[in-house]
Design a protein around this ligand. Structure first.
Ligand code: F6R
Length: 366
């Protein structure tokens, strides 16, 4: 069942090009973005929304945080993202014209289900579920659904479910933008093309595995690690830190790089490895200057960037490059190296990668 892989997590990481290709198949067959991809009558639910409210937990929440950048930039609508277990106990000001999007791999997470019920009790009847398990509880309780086609995810740490959730959220973003007249034919063709090329770009990122394995020995003995990113790669830094914590038990925290000087810089010394997600986007120069601050304090840096970013290696600065920057879908490509880093650090520490202590695959309790 594992084929050439040692763990389900490793197998599932490597299944991502296929999982993404399967998840976008309906869009490609359809020849573009349209409401029907989300179910019958989706047009009437999506057409005149005034904003988006995302609810999820854990890794699925980080998919939501990433999507907020796409939704606000591409549709022009405001987007809020809440941790389901917090939203459900907060006195929320609801606008029923906002679309409530729940994201759940399993479709059974109790906190997300209860947050959805609470949203409905506040008058939200435009509800959409992004889910990997057909006919599970959350899609059944939602008016619209987009199923990710990751296939069964067995490793407790979510990998292929995360990247396919991102693909589904990007598809939703483009669909809403098109319905609102915010996406012309040329832009739609561009986004479709980016999606079509994504499985190949993800495969290129997977090919970095030997280089990442080379880093894992330096990570394995560490007690702590810091992850930095900016913009839509900040949620990828959060996801990288969560993966590392979950399966290697190394304490990791993520910060948007601009926040360093507001506190966490005090933690940096030669014992603190700092992982930086620094793709070749408009924030690259900002990230470069933020990390000078780390280097000046002796922190060892592990940088994931793109070949076209001119990011050089230097003393204490290790660099791994994807072949090129892929634009708006870059967070999906950059999710891969942080998954691999967590996996190989855990392997070097000898932890139970597929079944980390204290965790369950589906969290159906509060
Ligand atoms: C992390 C992980 C968890 C889940 C979270 C939500 O690797 O798997 O953080 O993402 O428990 O689960 P779902 O998506 O099933 O609602």
């Amino acid at each position: 069942e594992l084929g050439p892989y040692r763990h389900f997590m490793q197998k599932e990481i490597h299944e991502q090009p296929r999982a993404i290709a399967d998840t976008i198949e309906a869009v490609m067959d359809n020849g573009g973005f349209s409401a029907e991809l989300f179910g019958d009558n989706a047009q009437s639910v999506l057409a005149d929304i005034e904003g988006v409210q995302i609810l999820a937990c854990g890794t699925s929440y980080y998919a939501g945080l990433t999507a907020r950048y796409w939704i606000e930039a591409i549709t022009g609508l405001p987007c809020a993202v809440d941790i389901a277990s917090e939203y459900r106990y907060r006195r929320v000001v609801a606008n029923p014209k906002h679309l409530v999007v729940t994201i759940s791999q399993s479709g059974e997470t109790l906190d997300t289900m209860e947050a959805l019920k609470y949203a409905k009790s506040l008058g939200h009847d435009r509800t959409l579920s992004i889910c990997n398990v057909p006919e599970s509880a959350i899609p059944r309780a939602s008016r619209l659904v987009y199923y990710t086609r990751a296939g069964a995810e067995i490793g407790v740490a979510s990998t292929k479910a995360f990247t396919t959730q991102l693909v589904a959220l990007f598809t939703l973003t483009c669909t809403i933008a098109k319905l609102r007249g915010q996406l012309d034919a040329a832009q739609e063709a561009d986004h479709l093309d980016s999606l079509r090329q994504l499985p190949g770009s993800v495969q290129h990122a997977l090919n970095l595995e030997p280089q990442i394995t080379g880093w894992s020995d330096r990570f394995a003995p560490k007690q702590h690690a810091l992850f930095l990113g900016r913009g839509m790669h900040y949620p990828i830094a959060l996801e990288g830190a969560l993966k590392l914590k979950e399966i290697s038990y190394i304490h990791a925290e993520a910060y948007p790089a601009g926040e360093l000087k507001h506190g966490p810089l005090a933690l940096v010394d030669s014992e603190m490895p700092v992982v930086v997600i620094a793709p070749n986007d408009s924030l690259l120069e900002k990230v470069k200057s933020n990390i000078q601050e780390v280097r000046a304090r002796g922190g060892e840096m592990f940088v994931f960037t793109d070949a076209d970013s001119q990011f050089g290696e230097s003393e204490g600065v290790h660099v791994i490059r994807t072949p090129r920057h892929v634009g708006v879908l870059s967070p999906i490509v950059h999710a891969i190296p942080v998954q691999l880093l967590a996996y190989h650090a855990a392997l070097a520490r000898g932890t139970d990668v597929d079944k980390p202590r204290n965790l369950a695959k589906s969290v159906t309790v509060e």
